[in-house]
Design a protein around this ligand. Sequence first.
Ligand code: TYM
Length: 329
Amino acid sequence: RPRVLSGIQPTAGSFHLGNYLGAVRQWVALQEDHDAFYCVVDLHAITVEQNPKELRQNTRVSAAQLLALGIDPDRATLFVQSHVPEHAQLGWVMQCLTGFGEASRMTQFKDKSARQEAAVGVGLFTYPILQAADILLYQAHYVPVGEDQRQHLELTRDLATRFNSRYGKTFRLPEAYIVKDTAKIYDLQEPTAKMSKSVPGGVVELLEDPKRSAKKIRSAVTDTGREIIFDVENKPGVSNLLTIFSALTGRSVESLVQDYDGKGYGDLKKDLGEVFTEWVTPVQDRVRMYLDDVASLDKILAAGAERARDVASGTLRRTYEKIGFVLPE
Ligand code: TYM
């Protein structure tokens, strides 16, 4: 079975709708017929300052959300990145392979470092290189992510190619798995910017009070005119709402457009608020259930880490051997 690997940051505690529709929804689908590895990337989280207590809590909250959203620990390997030390180890090897200029071209680093008021750490700069190690350790065929990760996937492929040509074939070249319709979910208040917690505005959080989410959806910025049609260029607000509506219900955008013919923006927003509430309420219940029993949650993560290490340690050993390290007996 083809391998998939992906990761999500525990930074924020609650995931937002963009994380779910852009990535996690695909993770759930792919676990059915792929050998899937999904990790909560706590090593990535510390590239910006974290409060230790919150980081610990948010890591568990993230794992609980993944389970509540449908990741099945019997099918997929769910783990915490820092439980598998090979990530940091291969990360170092990949850093030594990356050009300074190459790393400097990463647009996410440029955005993040420009926004950040505190001093920018070197870890934020090398972040995408650690991400490459995450992927290459598992010899993943596909990496399900949102559009904003495409450049990091290109770097990953470049590093794999470079390593392979220097030392002999070692790593599989992974492909980004990006579902076009939901690859970029936009902010509800600023529908030309991607939904992101670092730019708070119209961000729908999965763990907030659904009443609050419904209110955000009802007050989403819509566009001039009154017709409900899908036109990303001229009607980014309405189009974003239609994308979300369609993804949450499985109804096609065309059929939604037909159904709302003659109705107003207010009707669409009110209905979407209800659709979201109905979808998210049982998710929140399950999150609470997993967090009520932290011992069982930690057990799931420990079992996942063990399976992940099995694969990761094999890849790291082969890599060390190729490089010319004397392997310990
Ligand atoms: P992170 O934690 O920022 O986001 C997790 C996933 O959510 C996607 N995403 C979106 N998709 C659509 N619309 C949006 N508005 C939106 N916002 C976020 C992201 O594309 C991502 O797939 N660097 C990664 C974490 C990572 C990783 C990896 C991913 C570390 N190692 C290895 C894949 C493979 C990140 O910061 O994602």
